[in-house]
Ligand binder design. Sequence first.
Ligand SMILES: [Zn+2]
Ligand SMILES: [Zn+2]
Ligand SMILES: [Zn+2]
Length: 463
Amino acid sequence: MLMIPGGKKIQNAGGFEIFLIADYQDQDIRNFALADALVLDWQQPDHTTALLKKIRSSFIESIYLLPVFIFNADGIVGDTERALSDGELSVVQEEPIVKVIRQVKKRREDFTPHETNSSENRILTKLFRYMYTRDKALSPEVDVMAHMGYEYPLIRLHYPAGESMEMLKILRRGTDNDFFQGTFVDKTHICPSCHSGHLNLREVCTQCASAHISSENLIHHFVCAYMGPEGDFMTKQGLVCPKCNRQLRHIGVDYDKPSVIYRCHDCRHEFQEPDITALCLNCKTLTPVENLKEIVLDKYVLTDLGRDAARTGIKVEGEEREFTIPGFVNFGTFLTFLRFEIERIKVSGKESQMGSVSLNLPARLRSNRQQFERVVLDISDFIRNNTDSSDILSFASDNTFFMIFPEKGDTAVATMLNDFRNSIEKLLVNTFENEPEWNLTAQFETLNADTEYTALINQVKTI
Ligand SMILES: [Zn+2]
Ligand SMILES: [Zn+2]
Ligand SMILES: [Zn+2]
């Protein structure tokens, strides 16, 4: 039986490993990898928040995707904590927990292992998987503790305060690649130098930029046409015109207040339109409001492409995921075999062949990654079953099958590739019904004493 120090097992009909954590002393998230769900007691909100953030910050799938609930009988759970959890429970009951456990388990079955050197892709893939397992949208949350005043839960955990622009950039990349669909939620303004959203906006003197200014109404006396600050009209008898000494009685009838006048208490300057500047409460930079950086806060949901990316992980050019196909070697190994074969041929004076079959499928037909991989595996099976065990097979660039046929003879190879093409065509027609936009090319090169490895490789790489 799984044990978690400081955790109390919650018995349930499904036999799941659900633990209530009320003791936060020395909790190590690695202990949670085999749990099915956690319920965190909100009695110590700071500890609960810290542990929840630690869990969601992990890059280990079984930890960051762990269903986590907050057990909260009477306190108030913050928006960020609620967004990072799978829900709040006022009583510990198994149904809502088990429902999430089952959904997350089921969704995780769709995932294929994902390796990447790019931290951006790692973060996005993680985010997509979190959203995919929960059917969750990513919404900006108001948070006074956040550098921008808003934060995007989960992804925010990977960007320290000073890197909020990087975080927004990666979200934009998700939208640009059609992984996300964004809908407008709000706008905010941030300091252009440190990107803090904590700003003090105030009206200042147009001459000396002091905020020590005050405003007063201007009064216009219709009868004598005198106009001056309201203070000049104030007397014990009410408003009296300083120019003609008449009493002012009815606004709109004998006088009006056409505008406001500002006075600076520092430089005595008088003006009608003050400037507005923002003092950054974080870095103390002063910025005219028109120069603040405007940030659009969108809410993001996964598109079909985004759900695919969640299942397979994000791939970028130059970082193709190596496809593991039984009986096939990776392309690096293939090139080594090719070099050996060319060396061998030079010595023996015989001839061998290198063949290739390229699938030219539009991105649209490859966007359903699972379907595409099934097609590739079917073709691989077919090729493997119709070649000799001494032939070297590889699949590269997500589109081309490569084969080395030691001393097979040009005619035999030409016939074989022709058969491959016919059979693969049938398979593609069956898979992509009514889709005219793909084509297949099959070709081969004779390897003999004149073959230059480098020239051949350059040619191969452009396929
Ligand atoms: Zn001034
Ligand atoms: Zn007057
Ligand atoms: Zn600042």
